[in-house]
Write a protein that binds this ligand. Structure first.
Ligand SMILES: CC(C)=CCC/C(C)=C(\C)COP(=O)(O)OP(=O)(O)O
Ligand SMILES: [Mg+2]
Length: 431
């Protein structure tokens, strides 16, 4: 007989009620009132230490437009049937969404994919981030051998990060996200995937690399061996250095939030690897659970550090905010599954992604499975936007709305990067 499903602890009526969305929102509103009272109404945008480099001369016109569009959407709320009650009253009659300028020539969106175009990222910033990240990769962490240069350039990380963080006050702030993005991909490529990665022994490698983010505290005898190990391969050098820069700008709780997200990511890698080792294709919901961990989440959740402010830890940890973050992370990661589908089909062995798992487990044609994966993505996106709008309305404090806006523009920038990265991705021939 199958074991009964575990149910959440329900020690009191209020614990049971806490599973209703209404309770969560009411709780968020009460919490916001408490915090406003405790801070004497001061804005809840805590400061993080300023970074040394002054802002570049580039005016963030396009950036402001991108951020404004995303905030409009969040505060405007969902627009489908039956969603009127979710719309924040103060946004009734909000201005029309800001139109993005002409889309770039390259890359087509997945047909039918619910997404929002973003303005072209500022080319001055893109070039500067591109220049600095290459110098970091080559001179500070010796990230890759010469013959990987094309792939490094083709990844276009400058364009990615400038599109995702239009509110970064300076290029130094953008570099915090850019180094981490490169380091995360180095670990994925070199430990898990096609640059020498393998599921065999992955747990040990990941754990030791994780200590570059979450340091070992041990005896005098063993500490030096550990410290040396952080320089012994490219993924660890990259994690160590990127984290050192990040810690210099983040508050302790922002750094810890990031470590937690990275532990989640590593757990997701391990489940994916375990399934690959036994050639197991999980059920669709199991795949979605794995992909909620093997996920872009560590990237949007640093939006406040990159923006030069802090969403206080308690507001980040609230269940409504956690749900919004998870939905956003899941939507962005399914975007990857859709855009990287043909690349992964062409790679050796079976690479799991949502269309592949749906086709296999639900016994449907590849094209139908791909279309169903688009529907899954779209539902996640609509849920993300509805829940973000509800949270912004229930908890109208500046740190919350700015953070939600930061997550929303990250989601849009991530889609932009996948769509335009034709060096890396190409759509299947299903239309
Ligand atoms: C940047 C970051 C936190 C990455 C973590 C996990 C990751 C590499 C993805 C979510 C992207 O998925 P995937 O491994 O399938 O990447 P590609 O399709 O190879 O670009
Ligand atoms: Mg992929």
């Amino acid at each position: 007989m199958p074991a009964p499903e575990p149910s959440p602890p329900q020690s009191s009526p209020s614990a049971a009620a806490s599973h209703s969305g209404a309770y969560v929102l009411a709780e968020a509103a009460a919490r916001a009132r408490d915090i406003r009272a405790a801070t004497g109404g001061r804005p809840l945008v805590a400061r993080v230490p300023p970074l040394p480099t002054p802002p570049p001369a580039d005016a963030p016109t396009a950036e402001a437009r991108a951020a404004g569009g995303a905030l409009d959407r969040i505060l405007r709320g969902p627009s489908g049937l039956g969603t009127v009650s979710l719309r924040p009253a103060r946004c009734e009659g909000a201005s029309a969404p800001v139109e993005a300028p002409a889309a770039p020539a390259e890359g087509s969106p997945v047909p039918g994919l619910y997404h929002h175009p973003v303005p072209e990222p500022d080319p001055v910033r893109v070039a500067e981030v591109g220049r600095r990240i290459k110098s970091w990769a080559l001179d500070e962490v010796e990230l890759y051998p010469e013959d990987w240069e094309d792939q490094f350039d083709g990844f276009s990380v400058g364009r990615y990060m400038v599109a995702c963080h239009p509110d970064a006050p300076t290029v130094d702030h953008l570099m915090l996200a850019t180094r981490l993005m490169v380091a995360e991909n180095a670990v994925d490529d070199c430990y898990c995937e096609d640059h020498g990665g393998s599921p065999i022994g992955l747990g040990g490698r990941l754990l030791l690399a994780h200590t570059a983010l979450d340091p070992l505290h041990t005896t005098k005898e063993y500490q030096p061996r550990w410290a040396e190990s952080l320089h012994s391969d490219a993924p660890r050098r990259a994690y160590r250095s990127a984290m050192e820069y990040f810690r210099g700008a983040a508050s302790p709780s922002q750094a810890d939030r990031f470590r937690h997200d990275m532990a989640r990511l590593h757990l997701g890698y391990l489940a994916e690897a375990a399934w690959a080792q036994t050639d197991h294709v999980p059920e669709v919901w199991e795949y979605l659970a794995m992909r909620q961990f093997n996920n872009f989440r560590p990237c949007p959740t640093i939006t406040d550090t990159v923006g030069g402010y802090e969403l206080p830890a308690d507001l980040h940890a609230g269940p409504a905010m956690q749900r919004v973050i998870a939905l956003a992370g899941n939507a962005t990661t399914i975007v990857n599954d859709l855009y990287s589908y043909t690349k992964e089909l062409a790679s050796p062995g079976r690479h799991l992604n949502l269309p592949v798992v749906i086709a296999e487990r639900e016994g449907i044609a590849d094209r139908d499975a791909y279309m169903k994966a688009i529907d899954v993505h779209n539902e996640l996106m609509h849920d993300f936007e509805a829940e973000a709008a509800a949270l912004a309305a229930a908890c109208p404090v500046p740190g919350v709305s700015r953070f939600l806006r930061g997550v929303a523009v990250w989601v849009d920038g991530n889609h932009y990067w996948h769509r335009t990265n034709t060096y890396r991705y190409g759509l299947p021939d299903f239309w």
